[in-house]
Design a binder for this molecule. Sequence first.
Ligand SMILES: *Cc1c(COP(=O)(O)O)cnc(C)c1O
Length: 374
Amino acid sequence: MSFIPVNEPLLDGNEKKYLCQCIDTGWISSEGPFVKEFEQKMSAIVNRKYGIAVSSGTAALEVAVQALGIGVGDEVIMPTFTIISCAMAVTKVGAVPVLVDSDIHTWNMNIGEIESKITSKTKAIMIVHIYGLPVEANKVLELAKEYNLKVIEDAAEMHGQTCNGDPCGSFGDISTFSFYSNKHITTGEGGMVVTDNEELAERCRLLRNLCFRKDIRYIHDEISDNYRLTNLQAAVGLAQLERLEEFIKKKRQMGRYYTERLKDVKGLILPIERMKYSDNIYWVYGIVLDKEIKADNKAVQSFLAQEEIGARTFFWCMHEQPVYRKKGLFGNKSYPNAEYLARKGFYIPSGLALTEMQMDKVIDKLVKMMDIIE
Ligand SMILES: *Cc1c(COP(=O)(O)O)cnc(C)c1O
């Protein structure tokens, strides 16, 4: 059996057909009809009025932050355990990320810490759902209301997931998605901002497209960027969306399969299957090494690589990023849970194209590894 990649997407629906339509009609840029259709379908799925397709999940976060008017000196509360896109969107506009530690069990931001981080400069809270279980968004929304703060929801990993019965992507002022190739729904590269606020949606459309003024073209009152998604990408996205339910079902089956077969392996902490507010969607199947194991996730990654299995270490914390360290952004504060996850957490192959035979091999090698590892 050959190398098992950490993620392989499934593209065997209408992707090819819709792509051919783009080529046949000549609509390949962002002006094509699939873009609007993709925006409508995706926003409807998450109960939002407006969807604004952009070029990546990172672009979606940048557009969201800018649309909310977050700027120099403002503070945005977010987890330290996340992808740098979240922090970058904030530091790019001169605002300051204010970090919270992780919940060691769910790997999401510890909601209980948020209130103590609120200051007179706090403008927003950024919720980031990590790996499979959502942040209990309702609780954050209550807090935000009490302190009159905006909420940005990064739902990049949560297409099709719910929290207390409502879709991820429906919480707060504005939510963002990524359609990178390892996400449940992919367009290769791509993203979307969704909101119920017409004014915000209009701001996002402007920001996506160089802030061309609506009345006269080539006149600009503001600086932004070209964040447009192409019709080709939207064509793939539409075909993918048709299969969202099937994909989610498959992800959950895969997650349960891994758990069933790994649950008695000593030294491995497996993802939680169910919280009161949500069932795990296993965007990736994450595993954390128990305290008694001395090895770290890099050792795991190299062991599995030798066995021809792709694995990835967990996110590296924002407060430990060299680029932010250099700027002295987060001082010497420590966030012990997040630091532990960053060193001891890894994820194993969990893409939609993964077969049961491949999963069996991954399981075998993990078991073998735990026999050897110190
Ligand atoms: C993937 C991801 C992003 C970034 O999306 P890109 O499309 O790769 O720019 C942002 N936030 C989270 C939580 C992600 O998982």
